[in-house]
Design a protein around this ligand. Sequence first.
Ligand SMILES: Nc1nc2c(c(=O)[nH]1)N[C@H]1C(S)=C(S)[C@@H](COP(=O)(O)O)O[C@H]1N2
Ligand SMILES: [Mo]
Length: 325
Amino acid sequence: MLVRSKKPWDVPYSDVTPEAAYHSRREFIKVAAAGAIGAVAASVAGRADAAQASQTLAPLPNVKKSNYVTDETDPVNSFEQITNWNNYYEFGTNKTDPARYSGRLTTRPWTVKIDGMVAKPGNYEIDDLIKNNQLEERVYRHRCVEGWSYVIPWVGFPFKTLIDKVQPTSQAKYVEFTTLIRPSEMPALQTAGIPFPYIEGLRMDEAMNPLTLVVVGLYGKMLPNQNGAPIRIHLPWKYGFKSGKSIVHLQFTDKQPRNTWAVQTPNEYGFYANVNPHVDHPRWSQASERVIGKGLFARQPTLMFNGYENEVANLYRGMDLRRYF
Ligand SMILES: Nc1nc2c(c(=O)[nH]1)N[C@H]1C(S)=C(S)[C@@H](COP(=O)(O)O)O[C@H]1N2
Ligand SMILES: [Mo]
């Protein structure tokens, strides 16, 4: 048997979560759709584990409900699940390493440099980005290429609103993200086995899609370090590796970015990384996934574009998705 330790997400959901908390999370989705979320986030965070784990994280001001509420049927995962099963190789390659080792990361001051083919390049302070953009909560399913997923109440703003402000020129075809590399605070830079800094990128139309989110928080509070503080990206129809964490640089360019995993292992990871149950990874099937919190062996079918097909399929019309994986 491969079961090494009994984590909350290895056992059936009902075994780890009191009935009341279970209902409050389902409720969370409904209430978020209906009204202001401040009070709702607080009530969810009122659960003992979430309250303890997130007490040092500042609440984010002025978070509004989103127009993009999915009909996600699984409950939102707990703060504990979302922050203890992560990929952030700068802190180690085990899923629990980021929670264990990212505490030392300092995320202030923090500047995101924006340059390249853009009319208004500049250095943008994280707290200005938080203050000057209308934050909203988006509940998205997050599917990792390795075969697990969870449902996260992100806080952020559409990438499109930032792009509209900085005004890329007509030459810009892609945007490239570079993430932080800081040896004094990142213990696994030499041992993780991939090159750093971690680089990702998007086609402009993907970046401008209304679902594409610049993430600065979750559960109504500042982003925990292990989830990519203070600023990361998330595209719910793509595998998790597209969502670079702790971004320091956005460059608009006419060349397709050489994203880290595609450079590292080109036959396994491509530039597009769209969730696609019909295109398997060379070493495993992508037809199903394990939902964190539902039990180790409870797999469920993976949906085309992770279930966001209506919103994004048009971006890829006419493309051979086996070739552009
Ligand atoms: N800088 C950086 N960003 C990264 C990674 C990483 O190792 N370093 N891992 C990626 C992968 S493979 C995944 S699945 C997601 C995980 O995000 P999560 O821990 O919030 O679920 O982050 C992505 N962003
Ligand atoms: Mo991943």
